[in-house]
Design a protein. Structure first.
Length: 120
């Protein structure tokens, strides 16, 4: 069930992390930040492995939090497009930094970290 977590997280960082750490959320945001506004069916195909139910739940939560918008066209069949709001666009620089870090960490197997420190 999607609902706002404002009452349970007095710290703004805690609230933001609760929203962003949900299943598939960061990947959905990454797809929207790189692809732009995307129709629901295309989004479901781009986020491989996600169920329609989970995608719908995540999109509703992100819309409720003001991170993305939903545009509905009453055509046959209906066209529903999702895109990032101004608030969602603020996350793009963070997503870009995560992408740089992921590329650095996981682009080649030889870049796996070596054990250092106190464990013996």
């Amino acid at each position: 069930m999607a609902h706002s977590s404002q009452g349970t997280h007095p710290c703004p960082v805690s609230r933001l992390m609760a929203v962003l750490s949900g299943p598939w959320t960061m990947y959905i945001l990454w797809v929207l930040s790189t692809q732009g506004a995307t129709r629901f069916g295309a989004l479901r195909r781009l986020v491989e492995g996600i169920s329609t139910k989970v995608l719908t739940e995540r999109l509703r939560l992100l819309e409720q939090e003001g991170i993305l918008y939903r545009h509905y066209e009453p055509t046959v069949p209906p066209q529903v497009t999702y895109g990032l709001t101004a608030r969602g666009l603020e996350l793009c620089s963070v997503l870009d930094q995560l992408n740089v870090l992921a590329e650095s960490w996981y682009s080649t197997p030889s870049k796996l970290p070596q054990m250092t420190g106190g464990a013996t």
